[in-house]
Design a protein around this ligand. Structure first.
Ligand code: GLN
Length: 551
């Protein structure tokens, strides 16, 4: 092992998935980080996809992009928000990618005639990934997706058991998150599924150091003691974590549960975590403000928070730090133009058009951007949100049929203000081929965009220009031939790729706040460190709020 100082925490789940295993793990990470450690996290997921890029966002939630350009699932977004670090290509380990690597190595003759097997080849490769993901950490947390006992997850369970042999059991802490349901008909909490889940885990050679008992309401100590007694675990290591309203209060829930003593023992360190920023954020989020800001999210998949989770989390945090309540109004892009939806749109103090793909709902997004531009309603465009803003401006500027090559390109469609990037042609439905991850942009001096990034110190000054780095995920770009029409429509470029060829930011200089980016700034927004564009968009929406208040 190269990183000899690192300690490892492995988090598995029992009974049910989806009971907050990732948030629990990330909260422990946040606590450890508040003690001064460098903490990183990794997700091992047993599905056979190679990455999350081609997964349906409705079923699977948002596709999160790492700085080095891997399309992952939304768990990594939670990790980055809780720990304020940057995940990378090693932070996501999917069965599909492990198999792919093994099979490619086998085809290239890399196994020298050996039989390639789940154990040891799959398991060793998982251990290698864990080692790489933790190369610079003091503490590395690995979450295993699904629940223990799922067929497809078993090689990962074996890998994390094996990992302790490599680094020493004392350097590993195993946490099992189990669910204890309350049965309303008999008015009691049932521990049997949890006992069985822990028995399964024992069967695979892992006796957890901590069991987190998730319940709907706080449960009596006797429940934890019963689980301890039936599972051969010390009672003080079985901790109750009842449901709580906000995920950002989970770190406090975790602290209250008594986990800190065990983590302190594990780390050999008694220092108190400094949770003051978390406390401040939690206080702000829990507070009822005088002013409520109504933000319209014009999107295709409405009502599913998970599909745009980084955007909604960034908005919620921006509201809290701007001392306003957020009233998030989901606006179905396909309905924009209908009287009821138009009324909803008109009720909003600010409009966000998030990322998206395909033609469905796009005319509604263009209408929303047109409305924002004409009526001076604060507008934040994210990736597709920039493209529809450019189309809107070009149409206002006289090109009535301005469009994007992406949206039903027909021979009739001549005025593609947005067109495919030359290196993307023919790759439209393939995985991992978009312009992905971090790319630099140079901001146009003295634009609003430039001023905002500078105000928050969210980039660096070089040769009189402000240079910023944002994450990307797109295939199409602005065709600068149409700039005159777009400018006539009221927008201008406020940032480009370093060689000037790719439009990265646009803004409407005469409007209160009309800024859009080809990137996804939401991926870099943190609850304790909100992205400048979200902060300033919320501030503008607050000031243009139709509601009269004293705040
Ligand atoms: N569909 C657009 C493109 O591929 C926008 C992508 C996005 O919003 N992430 O360029």
């Amino acid at each position: 092992m190269k990183n000899k100082k690192c300690k490892y925490i492995f988090v598995t789940g029992g009974v049910l998935s989806g009971v907050g295993k990732g948030i629990t793990a990330a909260s422990m990470g946040a606590i450890l980080k508040s003690k001064g450690y460098k903490v990183t996290m990794q997700k091992c997921d047993p599905y056979l996809n190679v990455d999350a890029g081609l997964l349906n966002p409705v079923e699977h939630g948002e596709c999160y992009v790492t700085h080095d350009g891997v399309e992952t699932d939304l768990d990594l977004g939670h990790y980055e928000r809780f720990l304020d670090f940057e995940t990378n290509k090693y932070s996501i380990t999917l069965s599909g990618s492990i198999y792919k690597e093994l099979i490619e190595r086998e085809r290239a003759g890399g196994f020298h005639g050996k039989t390639v097997q789940l154990v040891p080849h799959f398991t060793n490769l998982v251990c290698e990934k864990i080692e790489k993901a933790s190369a610079e950490s003091d503490i590395h947390i690995v979450e295993i997706g699904g629940t223990v006992g799922d067929y497809e997850g078993l090689p990962f369970i074996e890998a994390i058991r094996l990992f302790a042999n490599k680094v020493g059991r004392h350097n590993c802490l195993y946490i099992s998150v189990v669910y204890v349901p309350f049965i309303h008909t008999s008015n009691e909490l049932k521990t049997k599924p949890a006992q069985n889940a822990l028995k399964d885990l024992r069967g695979f050679g892992i006796i957890p150091d901590i069991v987190c008992v998730r319940t709907e309401n706080p449960c009596p100590r006797s429940i934890c003691e019963k689980i301890a007694a039936f599972s051969g675990i010390a009672p003080e290591a079985v901790l109750n974590l009842p449901d709580i309203k906000s995920v950002y209060d989970v770190p406090f829930n975790v602290l209250k549960s008594g986990v800190l003593e065990i983590l302190n023992d594990f780390m050999g360190d008694e220092t108190e975590p400094d949770m003051s920023r978390w406390k401040e954020f939690s206080r702000r989020r829990g507070k009822e403000y005088d002013k409520t800001v109504k933000i319209g999210l014009v999107a295709k998949y409405v009502g599913n928070d998970d599909t745009y989770i980084c955007v909604t989390e960034a908005l919620k945090a921006a509201a809290a730090w701007n001392s306003v309540n957020l009233d998030l109004r989901w606006i179905n892009a396909e309905d924009v133009g209908k009287p009821a939806t138009n009324k909803l749109l008109r009720s909003c103090d600010g409009i966000v058009v998030p990322g998206g793909f395909g033609a469905r709902g796009v005319e509604g997004k263009i209408k929303a951007a047109t409305y924002a531009l004409k009526e001076d309603v604060p507008y934040l465009g994210l990736c597709l949100g920039l493209q529809v803003a450019c189309i809107a401006a070009a149409r206002i500027g006289g090109i009535k049929d301005a469009n994007s090559e992406e949206f039903g390109a027909s021979e009739k469609q001549n005025n593609n203000v947005i067109y495919i990037m030359s290196d993307q042609k023919g790759k439209e439905s393939t995985g991992g081929t978009m312009r992905l991850g971090d790319f630099e942009a140079h901001l146009v001096p003295k634009t609003k965009t430039d001023k905002i990034y500078r105000k928050y110190n969210f980039g660096k000054e070089s040769e009189g220009q402000y240079q910023v780095i944002e994450r990307h995920r797109h295939r199409y770009e602005v065709n600068q031939e149409f700039l005159p029409a777009m400018e006539k429509g009221g927008i201008k470029i406020s940032g480009c790729s370093p060689d000037g060829t790719l439009v990265e930011f646009i803004e409407a200089p005469k409007k209160k706040f009309f800024i859009a980016t080809q990137a996804h700034p939401e991926f870099k927004s943190r609850p304790l460190n909100v992205h400048p564009l979200f902060m300033e968009f919320m501030r503008a929406a607050k000031h243009s709020s139709k509601e009269e208040t004293s705040s």
